[in-house]
Write a protein that binds this ligand. Structure first.
Ligand SMILES: [Fe+2]
Ligand SMILES: [Fe+2]
Length: 548
């Protein structure tokens, strides 16, 4: 029977001729220069993996003490993205028939110096320029080169993950460029010129971030006159991996298991090569900022949009669970609770940074949760912005929780508190309740936020079971330990007041009045009167006063 729309049914040969071949672009010989067997492609993949891992480490290690809110949030996102790409690359390297995988090895000592320098950058502009102008840009260029050099048919699994990585590196790079343009003027740039060119030299000495250049090409131009280079050109070209004269790489802190073990290092030094990572680099360049061991700063800092960071004058939970109040003003308390979650990334980053030696899946899961908590904080920010409320003026977002946990508890104890709080959010009066309040308030944005917030918490409870619960004999013991750690935390309500750190000002009536003006309604006098603080009620509602 003749088919409608076809004047003539094409033959099989004709169809074959018309179909695009998905392998057309791989016929050229030029597409075969990266050989997996020779270690070229694999060596580069290991370097990208190392770069993502180090970027993740730096974003985490610098997030808590970074005062700028936008950067704090961006570091949360970018750490999560880097953790995801590092995980994908680890999986891919595992497929490439070259055991041992050497994923914990440092691929090049100058690459190690490069990232250590950025980790130790003393100012935010230097940190941002090191991260976004140097590391992210070099990693992006390396992966773009990989796509040009590899064979897209034989190496398709790598090509695919490189393409995905590029999408997010591009986003990170754009964000970084915009932030730097906002922060760095010409004087500021002038002051960091020398250090930025030192970072370039580190990359050059490492053969580029991807190591694609030969050893001879790695020696920076004008190297002999370069003050940062401590060794002769001959030594640089021939010498085995050696520590810098001022500081051995062995002295570096190893917060997330980035460095090779002692045994691995000896093997590297004997062989003069990085295992599975190609020929040795020239001598290690002399360190600048990283000449002294990096000191991790776990004390949270905030910018001027958080003018009263010890204020615990408005108890959100008591208001939220009071049945006599209507749902509408409760949405304000929920926006406050969400925005206050900025302290969860600050606290979680300290757990991640100070818990070395766990499987990469641990860092990946914890980083995902950390980013979710940053998203929750931004939901609160968007909620206030949507109502036209100037939150830095009207809402006092404190950092008392992250400050107390980070300075009073060990990393496992902080995790215990987080687990205890998150388990408390699962029953009826937790996230479901907040979602129901939001639905009843007819604030569509609040309902949307609480819907996703609840879903995220279910994932976080799973992450807690996977990485915290396993440390205990039974779930009851894990919860009891979390309760005990939380009870030990001193929230010095009165002490902070006496020291003049805060007056615990009741900012609620002003916020509520402002919202009512925007809603076009008269304030409810009973809601206006609300003045319960965290001073006296905390003992009874201790499990509700934390962030998660
Ligand atoms: Fe949360
Ligand atoms: Fe959470």
């Amino acid at each position: 029977m003749r088919q409608r729309g076809f004047s003539k049914k094409p033959g099989m040969r004709e169809i074959q001729m018309r179909l695009p071949g998905c392998h057309v672009s791989v016929i050229s010989n030029e597409s075969t220069s990266l050989s997996a067997a020779a270690g070229g492609g694999l060596r580069r993949l290991k370097r990208y993996h190392y770069a993502f891992k180090r970027l993740h480490q730096i974003f985490m290690a610098r997030l808590t003490a970074e005062p700028l809110y936008e950067l704090k949030m961006a570091f949360s996102l970018h750490a999560h993205l880097c953790a995801e790409h590092a995980a994908t690359l680890r999986k891919r390297v595992g497929e490439m028939r070259e055991p041992p995988l050497g994923l914990d090895a440092v691929p090049d000592p100058n690459l190690e110096v490069f990232f250590d320098e950025i980790l130790a950058a003393p100012t935010t502009p230097e940190l941002a320029c090191g991260l976004y102008e140097k590391a992210v840009v070099a990693l992006k260029a390396g992966i773009e080169g990989h796509l040009r050099d590899t064979n897209p048919l034989v190496d398709h699994p790598s090509v695919r993950l490189c393409r995905f990585a590029l999408l997010e590196l591009e986003q990170m790079s754009k964000y970084g460029a915009q932030s730097i343009a906002a922060m760095v003027d010409s004087d500021c740039r002038q002051q960091m010129t020398k250090w930025l060119s030192f970072l370039d030299n580190c990359l050059a000495a490492a053969g580029g971030l991807d190591g694609a250049r030969s050893v001879a090409e790695r020696i920076p131009r004008n190297a002999k006159s370069e003050a940062h280079l401590g060794n002769s050109a001959k030594e640089r070209a021939n010498g085995p991996l050696s520590p810098s004269p001022t500081r051995t790489t062995r002295e570096l802190p190893d917060p997330v298991g980035l460095s090779p073990s002692e045994g691995e290092r000896e093997k590297i030094q004997r062989a003069g090569v990085s295992p599975g990572c190609g020929p040795a680099s020239p001598k290690t360049l002399e360190r600048h900022y990283s000449a002294k061991p990096f000191q991790y700063d776990r004390v949270p800092r905030r910018d001027e949009r958080f003018p009263d960071p010890y204020n615990m004058g408005v108890n959100a939970e008591v208001f939220l669970y009071d049945k006599t109040f209507s749902p509408e003003p409760k949405t304000l308390m929920m926006f406050y609770k969400r925005l206050r979650e900025v302290d969860v990334p600050e606290m979680m980053a300290s757990i991640i940074t100070e818990t070395p030696g766990r499987p990469w899946e641990y860092y990946r899961d914890m980083s995902r949760q950390l980013w979710d908590e940053a998203r929750h904080a931004m939901m609160g920010e968007v909620g206030f912005a949507n109502l036209g409320i100037n939150w830095p003026e009207k809402v006092m977002i404190n950092h008392t929780w992250s400050m107390a946990l980070n300075t009073q508890l060990k990393p496992i104890e902080r995790h215990a508190v987080l687990y205890f709080i998150e388990q408390g959010l699962m029953p009826k009066n937790g996230k479901r309740f907040e979602w129901e309040v939001a639905l009843a308030s007819h604030n569509g944005l609040s309902a949307l936020f609480q819907d996703y917030d609840w879903a995220d918490e279910v994932l976080h409870a799973r992450i807690g079971r996977d990485w915290y619960l396993k440390e205990f004999k039974n779930p009851q013991e894990a919860v009891r330990y979390g309760d005990e750690c939380w009870s030990r935390v001193l929230m010095n309500w009165e002490n902070w007041r006496q020291k003049g750190l805060t007056q615990h000002r009741n900012w609620w009536p002003e916020l509520y009045r402002d919202a009512c003006r925007r809603w076009g309604i008269e304030p409810d006098p009973k809601v206006l009167e609300y003045s319960t603080t965290y001073q006296t009620v905390r003992a009874d509602l201790k499990e509700l006063t934390g962030s998660a």
